[in-house]
Design a protein around this ligand. Structure first.
Ligand code: EPZ
Length: 423
């Protein structure tokens, strides 16, 4: 098992290029299954979740070649329509394979997906929407047996909440359905627009992605395409948090600054200087951050739930009290207990966490329980006095490409060790 050893209180300085977006790359790799041909996807981050998607594609009969951050998928001969339980459990976003496999084969057999421990993560909206498109779904012993005797038929789908995964699943299933599908109250995240751009490059007719209503005119078939995944706005905000808590001066590059608009006001409120220029953001931070009065997570373009934990790590050593309200997931404060081990003063009650900033945190042995919570521990460790040992690093590896290399390249004292005894 890997551990990260962080010696805190180093000032960070320099430029950090940001990886491609995990939450774009995964549905785009999945979408490559639908076309009958070769797709070339650039800027794919090297992550364990990407490997999980590649394993599923190979299991379904695609040939996949990985050249650095480019993944080439040939789906010409893919005829599989069953995904075994062990592959489905490796990540939450395996569920979007449902829409893609059905679009490709007219049937699918898979089990419920895995993913982070953020409380219950139902897939009822995905299933309800696919049923509206004409898919018969039987749920048996944790398995989903799906089939359709005739092609899926476009229809109007109104989502009760703008679920990212459900919007993606509908887009994947509907692009080769008969007729027109309208998704109302669709998710508006940049990753949805990126998926639509890739599918349109493959010959799909999708309009309105990034807005609340998406219209998909079904086409007979898709072909392969070349596409570059958008930058990872959550990884970028994590690195900005790392600079903010260490009184540092860094520039994140290869980003789309507009995608970070929902988080930038928090950095400014905490007293950081922000300079946006082209595809970069430079952040300079004061010796001690000020409080962030209140952070309420919302669907895009609101404050992203995925940046809540790393922002809480900032608030832990800020001057004053910050309040966090988590409205997206039921249980996304697991990192609070670990931050408390490091000396943070946090009170959690249901969906609200009150963080009373302390002068300094102290290094401790802590455990990442989920991806972004793990990133929050890294951020806190960079600010803490002494040494922090972070276990549960496999969670962090799901979403950050070599986090220790990225951070040490700008001056952090962080290294990875392997503990053979715990393997
Ligand atoms: C995506 O998850 C992201 N994952 C998550 O990123 C992100 O936190 C989340 O969107 C919200 O932004 C990927 O893109 C792979 P949702 P997803 O469906 O699609 C409820 C990270 O750290 N819901 O928008 O699973 C659900 O329980 C990860 O990178 C239902 O009730 O999120 C949640 O409360 C973690 N029924 C809310 O909707 C459903 O059928 C939003 O979930 C589906 C969702």
């Amino acid at each position: 098992m890997s551990k990260l050893i962080v010696k805190g209180r180093q000032r960070l300085e320099g430029v950090i290029p940001v990886q491609g977006a995990k939450n774009s790359a995964l549905p785009i790799l999945t979408a490559a299954l639908i076309s009958k041909g070769k797709s070339v996807i650039h800027n794919c981050p090297s992550l364990t979740d990407t490997q999980a998607a590649v394993s599923i594609l190979e299991h379904l009969g695609c040939s996949v070649v990985q050249l650095g951050h480019t993944v080439i998928i040939d789906s010409t001969c893919a005829d599989g329509c069953e995904i075994p339980d062990d592959l489905m459990r490796e990540m939450r976003s395996s569920i979007v394979f449902l829409g893609a496999v059905v679009a490709r084969c007219g049937r699918a057999e898979l089990s419920f997906p895995g993913g982070c421990e953020l409380g219950p993560r139902p897939i009822d909206l995905h299933l309800q929407a696919l049923r509206q498109l004409g898919l018969t779904i039987e749920e048996e012993h944790g398995h989903l047996l799906c089939h359709t005797d005739s092609p899926l038929k476009g229809c109007e789908i109104s989502l009760p909440i703008p679920s990212v995964g459900a919007t993606e699943n509908i887009m994947l299933a509907a692009c080769t359905a008969e007729g027109r599908t309208e998704i109302h109250n669709a998710a508006r995240e940049p990753e949805i627009s990126d998926l639509a751009d890739f599918l349109n490059g493959c010959g799909a007719h999708i309009h309105g992605a990034g807005e609340s209503s998406i219209i998909i005119e079904g086409v007979k078939a898709l072909h392969g395409a070349e596409h570059t995944v958008i930058p990872d706005r959550i990884a970028a905000s994590t690195y900005l948090s790392a600079a903010a808590v260490t009184g540092s001066d860094i520039t994140v590059t290869n980003i789309i600054p507009a995608h970070l608009r929902p988080v930038l006001p928090c950095f400014a409120e905490a007293g950081c200087g922000i300079e946006v220029s082209g595809r970069s953001i430079r952040l300079t931070s004061p010796k001690r951050l000020g409080r962030i009065k209140s952070v309420r997570t919302m669907f895009y373009p609101g404050f992203p739930t995925d940046s809540q934990p790393t922002t809480m790590a900032m608030a832990a050593t800020a001057r004053g009290t910050s309040v966090f309200v988590e409205t997206i997931f039921e249980s996304r404060f697991n990192h609070a207990a670990e931050l408390i081990r490091m000396g943070a003063k946090i009170k959690v009650e249901g969906k609200v966490a009150v963080v009373e900033g302390v002068k300094s945190l102290s290094g401790a042995a802590v455990e990442a329980g989920d991806l972004r919570g793990g990133a929050a521990l890294v951020v806190a460790a960079l600010a803490a006095e002494g040494e922090t040992v972070i276990s549960g690093v496999h969670h962090i590896d799901r979403g950050y490409e070599k986090i220790e290399s990225a951070l040490s390249s700008i001056g952090a004292d962080i290294e990875r060790t392997e503990d053979a005894q715990e393997e």
